[in-house]
Design a protein around this ligand. Structure first.
Ligand SMILES: Nc1ncnc2c1ncn2[C@@H]1O[C@H](COP(=O)(O)OP(=O)(O)OP(=O)(O)O)[C@@H](O)[C@H]1O
Length: 668
């Protein structure tokens, strides 16, 4: 396919605004080029939109059929009926005109025109009834079609790998696809209008063809300029949308921050409001500039089209005048022809306009389909090997992993090898950024190793059934989610596939030490934990953490992963938690504990120390603290730094209550 050149008026200004530069580190506008969306753009010409029309109608019909078959039947019946009644009405008016302009007395001519006038009146009435039916049917269909389309892309998106969700290109597709769901809804309306306008066009064109076939090309010539104008405007709008889609999301992000309950305290204390408002205005003004540019171009295109349409209309009426002047056409036929030309050209204009809108919307629905295709390619694979029922160990063999991202070359895991014996407490420690959380994400199957293997006994997790793998694991991550739902759902969502079980909820809350504060909430278990909603309530950071723990317990995975479980807990809650973890491990549960509080890993059966994505030390608490004089002792170094902050001799004095200050302070 040949590449089309972009005219200067086709592209937006690409200089990033000061706000884009400052807040987002560079331009948020996409340089589309012509390669990526070339097909969609190049097809935006008259011939292609007419040739693709049946396909468009079929696609819309398919969506509508899926959404509500009966409503679709009603709309189709009403629209086809309306078209037929319009055609019959136009023919009846023509008949009546022919009688009225014909020979004989006025009374005779009126009497002869009477039946035709009655038919015209009847069809007008029928048309009104059918229009009402069609409006009712479309009203039912539109929201359902939007729901079906939205569900389709949401369902696809929910199943993709985490890596896809973090990819900005995929996100851009998501943005336009979410617009596509609204487009699908509008498509129903335009499709209905197109069918209707086509019906009246055929009626008018039929009458003109009977009167004089010469009149048909004139009709087309009068309409072509406005068709061209509508298409040009639509193409620019579509391109502009794609260039600016991330920019508008960023603008919305700033406006949402201004009203967000999470950001509200800092906005007030640090007086961030005017700063955000300034950048919101600057971002909006950049977009207003784009809208002005589009409006200017649309006005210019409209003016040129109106000029050509005027010339074509003058030529058509001059030809008609010539035919009447030379007597080649009777006066009554001329009157009917003028009526039919007016009806026909307005129908044709309408058809072109509606098809154009329909086509424009269909490009966004196309984006929705593209998203579904892309999501299908990036879906979490289904099926695979079964994991051993009671594995004895999980082994990382020389695992290398680098996060995807432009220019990111740093390995988060750089040949990590370690063993996690099941039924034990295994601790992962190391400085910030040493790779602990990444290792856990790979264990959960959220990412796949670039090289190396993760084995459950002898089964490679990469080939295992992913749904089985995640069913074995329960996680309280550092960034566990605070679901904006009720307290019981916040725990029960650990097992979303089964209905809430109050007994089990209470056991999970008791395990996490959360039962007392849940019972004290204004509506107990049914308290909504979302500020800014009616009856919404908020929890402290530590209480949220306990809920997160309860959720992981409710899930009852074979492997329980707790990443920084005590960061927001007071000393008593922390001690309780470690007692609980010990009890679980004694009952055969595997616990993987990530913490910076080195004193609290005393209870672990095995400790792995990570540094720069590698496991550099492994052993028990005592092993790692002992000084056998061999090599560097990272754990011992970190522990001494923490203990020194307490004024203790770290190597000899054990930490009371398993509590020691955070290793963050001892970051190397
Ligand atoms: N989503 C991500 N995209 C790109 N890089 C990431 C991402 N998450 C982590 N990293 C990088 O990977 C490396 C390891 O990070 P990781 O979160 O695993 O460390 P950690 O040991 O858990 O740190 P902390 O103790 O601070 O939680 C770091 O260099 C970090 O910047």
């Amino acid at each position: 396919m040949t590449k089309r050149k972009q005219g200067p008026e086709e592209t937006a200004a690409t200089e990033p605004s000061e706000s884009e530069q400052l807040l987002f580190g560079g331009p948020l506008r996409y340089d589309l080029g012509w390669n990526k969306h070339e097909d969609a753009f190049l097809q935006l010409n008259l011939r292609s939109i007419f040739t693709r029309l049946p396909h468009l109608i079929a696609t819309t019909g398919h969506l509508a059929w899926e959404a509500d078959k009966n409503a679709l039947r009603l709309v189709a019946f009403a629209e086809i009926g309306r078209g037929i009644s319009q055609a019959v009405g136009l023919i009846a008016v023509n008949r009546a005109l022919a009688h009225i302009l014909g020979e004989g007395t006025t009374t005779d001519r009126l009497a002869q025109a009477g039946p035709a006038l009655l038919v015209a009146g009847g069809t007008a009435f029928l048309g009104a009834v059918l229009r009402a039916l069609s409006t009712a049917g479309t009203g039912q269909l539109e929201p359902k079609v939007e729901r079906v389309a939205t569900e389709r892309y949401l369902a696809h998106t929910a199943k993709v790998e985490l890596e896809a969700v973090e990819d900005d290109e995929f996100h851009k597709l998501l943005d336009s696809a979410s617009y596509g769901a609204g487009s699908a809804r509008r498509l129903v309306k335009y499709c209905q209008n197109v069918i209707n306008a086509l019906m009246s066009l055929f009626a008018a064109a039929g009458v003109l063809a009977i009167l004089d076939p010469l009149l048909l090309p004139m009709l087309v010539a009068m309409t072509l300029p406005s068709a061209w104008a509508a298409l040009s405007v639509a193409r620019r709008r579509y391109m502009s949308f794609h260039v600016w889609v991330q920019h508008s999301r960023a603008g919305q992000l700033i406006s949402r921050l201004l009203i967000s309950t999470d950001a509200a305290p800092e906005i007030r204390v640090h007086n961030v409001g005017p700063f955000l408002l300034h950048h919101f205005r600057a971002m909006s003004q950049s977009q207003e500039g784009e809208q002005e540019r589009l409006a200017r171009l649309a006005a210019r295109t409209g003016l040129i089209a109106a000029g050509w349409s005027g010339i074509a209309a003058a030529a058509a009426y001059a030809t008609l005048g010539g035919l009447l002047w030379t007597g080649a056409m009777a006066l009554s036929v001329g009157g009917t022809a003028i009526l039919a030309i007016r009806t026909g050209s307005s129908s044709l204009n309408n058809v072109v306009l509606q098809i154009n809108w329909m086509y424009e919307e269909s490009m966004f629905v196309g984006d929705l389909h593209r998203l579904c295709e892309e999501a299908a390619k990036r879906t979490i694979p289904v099926g695979g090997l079964s994991l051993p029922k009671e594995p004895t160990q999980i082994t990382f063999e020389d695992v290398v992993f680098t996060y995807q991202g432009k220019g990111n070359k740093k390995r988060a895991l750089n040949g990590a090898s370690l063993t996690i014996p099941t039924g034990k407490i295994v601790a992962l420690v190391g400085a910030n950024g040493s790779g602990k959380s990444t290792l856990i994400k790979l264990l959960c199957g959220l990412y796949q190793p670039d090289s190396g293997r993760i084995l459950w006994d002898d089964t490679d997790a990469a080939a295992a059934d992913r749904s089985e793998l995640v069913s074995r694991i329960a996680v309280v991550g550092q960034d566990f989610y605070r679901w904006p739902f009720t307290a019981d759902v916040n725990i029960g969502i650990g097992r979303p596939e089964v209905p809430l079980d109050q007994k089990r909820l209470e056991a999970a809350a008791q395990y996490a030490g959360a039962e007392s504060f849940i019972e004290e909430l204004p509506r107990g278990w049914k308290t909504l934990l979302a500020r800014g909603y009616k009856g919404g309530h908020n929890l402290s950071g530590g209480q949220w953490q306990l809920l997160g723990l309860g959720r992981a317990h409710y899930r009852k995975g074979q492997v329980l992963i707790v990443d920084e479980p005590t960061s927001a807990l007071d000393a008593k809650a922390e001690q309780q938690l470690f007692d609980q973890i010990r009890t679980l491990a004694d009952a055969g549960q595997t616990v993987i504990l990530i913490t910076h509080r080195l004193g609290s890993v005393r209870a672990a059966d095995l400790i792995h120390v990570l540094d720069q994505g590698e496991v550099v030390e492994t052993g028990t608490f005592e092993d790692l603290l002992s000084d056998d004089g061999q090599g560097r002792k990272l754990f011992r170094e970190l522990y001494r730094i923490q203990a020194a902050q307490y004024g203790l001799d770290g190597a000899t004095l054990p930490c009371q209550n398993g509590q020691a200050p955070s290793a963050n302070s001892g970051k190397r």
